[in-house]
Design a protein around this ligand. Structure first.
Ligand SMILES: [Zn+2]
Length: 80
């Protein structure tokens, strides 16, 4: 913690992932841009229970996508 994070950031802690979970893709993308640490992107939480609204994480895509097992477009579409 550096104490430089914006206090108004809207996120919760995603317990299964241990990551920050943003409420909307827009917020997540804004956070990714603010972090400015290379190519990061917003993606839906892979641990969202079926039927629940997905929270958004910032960072690298899940391993299945990185390995090419699931196409990025397909991954996002299935999570909408
Ligand atoms: Zn998560």
């Amino acid at each position: 913690m550096t104490g430089r994070e914006k206090p108004a950031a809207r996120y919760a802690l995603c317990r299964p992932c241990g990551k920050r979970a943003y409420l909307t893709r827009k917020v997540a993308r804004a956070a990714a841009r603010a972090a400015n640490r290379g190519p990061m992107q917003a993606y839906p939480c892979p641990n969202t229970p079926e039927g629940a609204q997905a929270m958004w994480h910032v960072g690298h895509m899940p391993q299945v996508v990185r390995q090419g097992l699931v196409g990025k477009d397909k991954w996002l579409k299935g999570r909408r």
